[in-house]
Design a protein around this ligand. Structure first.
Ligand code: BV8
Ligand code: ZN
Length: 251
């Protein structure tokens, strides 16, 4: 499962960062960006939909996609991997840097989570940036999804947009700086469930490694992280993370 050298390296580490991607939430039933989507979304490429251009061209399609994702997230539960990290944090000050826009780390009980790409549960006005509080996700959405008109801003009537970082948009400076600081001050990065494709998030393990950190990857498949990782655990997040927490005696 997880070799002795990896467990010993984790035991000796003083500042551990967990860097999670969509694979962290796969066992909660949340499709990764490379999975097959269902229904209406099968005919679209998430990379195309997750852009300001797509929202400008067809705001109802894009808002419908995010509301559909938010509804699915509402019905999903943190998996054993999320819960293991929260348990680990009860004994050790892990920093979690996530690319995910879901709230499953927080719902599992984790604190100190840096979101690099925003949150499905946030929204703001596309014109004046005024934050827009979202009601609970609509649970009665058709399973295959559909177009939904985005709300209007209460201040300027502009279209409200999802509070995520779209492709082609810069990351929020505060989030990016916090992530880089955590990576550069770590001595071990556990990269879990990421293909290492999306930039600049994919540089997190490199920034850490440049400062002497060890990089351990948890991913059933090969990924771009392989080229920077010192160890690869070819198993799933929900299998490996509980095993590590058990081996550390944090159960
Ligand atoms: C920016 C919110 C600049 C939206 C997301 C060419 C080369 C390099 C870069 C670029 C390029 N062309 C364009 C770019 C930049 C672009 C980019 O990186 N494109 C890539 C795709 C080539 N990046 C950007 O646009 C970024 N901004 O660069 O701005 C700028 C500066 C100034 C002014 C203007 C602009 C913004 C990127 C943010 C995009 N937003 N999310 C939404 O969600 O709708 S990213 C989105 O992708 C999600 O956050 C998700 O996390 C991420 C996908 O990556 P992963 O997390 O790695 O997930 P993936 O599905 O890829 O992989 C899952 C892995 O898990 C797999 O390896 C699988 O094997 C594994 N797995 C599966 N099951 C399990 C598992 N592992 C463990 N356990 C399991 N059970
Ligand atoms: Zn506004």
């Amino acid at each position: 499962m997880v070799s002795e050298p990896i467990i010993n390296a984790i035991k000796q580490a003083r500042r551990i960062v967990v860097f999670s991607g969509a694979g962290m939430s796969a066992e909660s039933g949340i499709p990764t960006f490379r999975d097959d989507w269902v229904g209406l979304w099968q005919q679209y490429d998430p990379m195309e939909l997750a852009t300001a251009e797509a929202f400008k061209k067809d705001p109802e399609l894009v808002w419908g996609w995010y509301e559909w994702r938010r509804a699915r997230l509402e019905q999903a539960q943190p998996n054993a991997g999320h819960l293991a990290l929260a348990q680990w944090q009860k004994h050790y000050p892990l920093t979690i840097i996530t690319q995910n826009e879901d709230n499953l780390h927080k719902r599992a009980g984790s604190y100190s989570v840096i979101h690099m790409h925003g949150s499905l549960n946030a929204a703001y006005c596309s014109l004046c940036k005024h934050p827009h509080p979202l009601p609970r996700a609509p649970v009665n959405l058709p399973l295959e999804g559909g177009r939904i008109a985005p709300p209007s801003c209460e201040l300027c009537q502009g279209l409200v947009r999802p509070g995520v970082v779209w492709f082609g948009e810069p990351l929020l400076q505060a989030d990016l700086r916090a992530a880089i600081y955590a990576a550069e001050n770590s001595d071990l990065v556990l990269a879990v469930g990421t293909s290492g494709v999306v930039q600049p998030a994919a540089l997190i393990p490199y920034w850490a490694k440049e400062k002497g950190a060890l990089v351990i990857q948890v991913n059933p498949k090969e990924s771009s992280i392989d080229e920077v990782s010192d160890y690869n655990v070819r198993q799933s997040a929900a299998t490996v993370l509980p095993y590590i927490v058990q081996a550390l005696g944090y159960n």
